[in-house]
Design a protein around this ligand. Structure first.
Ligand SMILES: *Cc1c(COP(=O)(O)O)cnc(C)c1O
Length: 427
């Protein structure tokens, strides 16, 4: 299959973001992702939907095949060779996640199916154990539905109150308003680290400090943060941190809940069954400690191993290098997009990750998405599972370009060209 022509023409140097180093070999990185060299509709695939899910490097694809071809078995159960091999590799995945987040202990890494399940786990297990009517949970106006609905369910069930931190016209988290909402009734602040719809980075360290001063815990939704920058849960001094494997160049079906060990062991299990028990009689069951306490049933074995390999992959490149590269692409894309007549960027926060939501005057986002798709450019259109954000900006949907570690300025040019064509077609 052909390489995208707009990439081949460029040398690594011309391709680099302003802050990138020569060590960031974009051609070598791109070559690791088989899908990036394919064409769609006879055009090079330009994949700008990383916020929804990222593509997988050969290393991850191979690791998953290797599990099934070489040593697959259920984990934690067998005395036989394959079970031991699988268990070692699976627990190795856990240990890589722990190092990735700088967690003090591997026991604090709970494997889930994804961030959605991780947040539901906290809402059920921690929420049902520790919350009562009148307690308050604070979220922000730019949460993904996964960090809204579980708390609404608790409101209905337990009578807790849900407070929402507003965002300003640029999509900044309004810190003063947040401080006003905090009170001794606040038991949990559950906010996104980076907005999936706007790219806004939330000042989470300050958020955590203020919450703790009121005796409240903090859960961060790190789905859009971990692919773009290094995260250190000890430095943040956070209480819960969640993310999904598939947005971090890993497989689907695997996600992470990190929580402080004492906190996790004080929580009632979410699901019950197989490996999570210490003993079962018909009178009484006792539960294991974290992480097994929260991993009922056979886990996603190959996926956890694949996630570990994805983490190895991004760490080999270096999160700081990735952040610098993406920052360069973000700046370039922002400048180029603003040259398009009638294009408005929604979300211009002071600090942003490489996500750009936009609106093109007179063109419905779905038409836009369909039109640029024919040019091989994949962008997301819709409400991005963040309808309150759309309401805040008075739109039903936006188009969104979200960049990953392999995206280039050449691909930004392809997007801009396709948008110019779109504008002419509909204009
Ligand atoms: C994608 C996303 C989620 C949900 O992740 P799943 O993998 O679908 O469970 C939650 N929050 C944010 C900010 C996201 O981007």
């Amino acid at each position: 299959m052909n390489k995208p022509s707009n990439v081949v023409e460029m040398t690594p140097e011309t391709n680099l973001g302003d802050n990138s180093t020569a060590a960031y070999d974009i051609e070598k990185i791109r070559a690791d992702f088989p899908i990036l060299s394919r064409e769609v509709y006879g055009k090079p695939l330009v994949y700008l939907d990383n916020g929804a899910s990222a593509q997988k490097p050969r290393q991850v694809i191979d690791a998953i095949s290797e599990v099934f071809e070489q040593y697959y078995s259920n984990v934690h159960r067998g005395v036989h060779w394959t079970s031991q091999q699988s268990t070692t590799a699976f627990e190795g995945g856990r240990s890589k996640v722990a190092k990735f987040l700088n967690a003090p202990s591997e026991n604090e890494i709970i494997f889930t199916r994804g961030a959605t399940e991780s947040i539901n786990l906290v809402a059920h297990s921690w929420g049902r154990t520790f919350l009562k009517a009148g307690d308050e949970v604070i979220i922000s106006h730019m949460e993904h539905h996964a960090n809204i609905v579980p708390w609404q369910m608790l409101r209905q069930e337990l009578g807790i109150d849900l407070k929402v931190v507003p965002i300003d016209d640029d999509g900044n988290f309004m810190f003063d308003e947040y401080e006003n909402l905090l009170s001794p009734k606040t038991k949990l602040v559950a906010v996104t680290h980076v907005s999936n719809a706007l790219g806004s980075v939330v000042p989470v360290k300050d958020v955590i400090e203020k919450a703790h001063a009121q005796g409240a815990l903090v859960l961060l939704d790190g789905c859009q943060a971990v692919p773009h920058a290094a995260v250190d849960v000890q430095d943040l001094d956070v209480d819960f941190y969640v993310f999904s494997g598939h947005k971090l160049y890993g497989p689907t079906g695997i996600g992470v809940l990190w929580g402080r060990e004492d906190l996790l062991n004080s929580m009632t299990p979410y699901q019950t069954g197989g490996e999570m028990i210490s003993s079962v009689t018909f009178e009484k069951t006792t539960f294991k400690k974290a992480p097994h306490r929260f991993e009922a049933g056979t886990p996603a074995i190959a996926e956890a191993i694949g996630l570990g390999v994805a983490i190895d992959y991004v760490q080999a490149i270096g999160l700081d290098n990735i952040a610098a590269h993406e920052h360069g692409v973000l700046q370039y894309a922002t400048e180029r997009l603003l040259t398009i007549e009638g294009l408005k960027i929604i979300g211009t926060a002071k600090e942003k990750a490489a996500i750009i939501s936009f609106d093109l005057d007179g063109v419905h986002p779905h038409d836009l998405g369909t039109f640029v798709d024919r040019a091989g450019v994949a962008v997301r259109v819709g409400h991005h599972c963040a309808q309150p954000v759309m309401d805040r900006f008075g739109v039903a949907a936006t188009a969104r370009a979200s960049f990953g570690l392999y995206n280039t300025r050449g691909e930004v040019d392809a997007l801009v060209d396709a948008l110019e064509e779109t504008r002419k077609f509909f204009g």
